[in-house]
Write a protein that binds this ligand. Sequence first.
Ligand code: GTQ
Length: 348
Amino acid sequence: MTLANDQRAQLEALYAEMAPANLTPLWESLAQLVRPQPKSPAEVHSWFYEAIRDYLLRAGDLISAEQAERRVLILENPGLSGQSAIVPSLYAGIQLVLPGEIAPAHRHAQCALRFVLEGSGGFTAVDGERALMQPFDLVLTPGWQWHDHGNPSDGPMIWLDGLDIPTVRHFDASFAEGHGEKAQAEQAAAGATLARYGRNMRPFRGSAADNRPAHQPLFHYPYAEWRPALDMMARTAAIDPHLGHALEFLNPADGGPVMPTIAAHVRLLPAGFETRGRRSTDGTVFVVVEGQGSASIDGSALPLRPRDIFVVPSWHDLRLRADSDLVLFGYSDRAAQEKLNLFKEERS
Ligand code: GTQ
């Protein structure tokens, strides 16, 4: 906006007068508010697993899981300092549960996923049913379901927590409560829901209406099942030049994303493969599961090594290169964006 000096001076005086009345002029900020395309305040960033692990284990010497309620180091985007957010809509943290510990039962409006990075035999119990966690399993805690975490194994359990905390904060819709009991009483045998809903089947009770699950019944997506599925896909399907061999985790109740706000997927890029560029409006958090390679994001390169975590905010061109077979897990706010008719992608 070009303004004559005296016009600018008079306008500034007017703004100063109206400020105590909590009024501001749109024309000074319109171009920032209604942008021609996304320009995220979040930055591309990566975290090295070994560095996080070190700090987390040191925290483990100083505070118990029970004292902390959740002993987690937040992965805070350097462009969103103080906001406990990895992209504007999503949170990521790394949680530690040491042998013998319990992270007490609670529930909250926020949806959560866990992606296991280290340890075997710990569990997340959701509404009284345990999911026994193995490396690279995906475990969900949909909103308002009781959950506690425990670790009867003899090594540390470490996983990535992905939640929609900033989205819930944005809508001023946070509710949470403690359970009262540290750990929930067992309501169902471990693996009961996985057996009923995790194999593309559902309990048969007669009519289709009676068979249809009412909500998201499945909360455990084991590595032992998704990893061979990716391999089989790589042997039998044409590769997507922009995504590699990619599989989305589904809510078996409706075939949609795993939770109302969060979508999650895995992908396999065979050694030597390089994706073409793609950008999308869903800020995405990635975990490297296996292999070595690199990501090129708007032209700058990030090395990729197992268990490192990196974030690609909205509308950044992403290209991936696999030096060895490269397997990635990713979650994003696409589930929310699609409901709001906001999601867009562009492939080059
Ligand atoms: O495990 O319930 O990283 O409530 C942040 C908030 C984990 C959890 C987090 C939570 C949890």
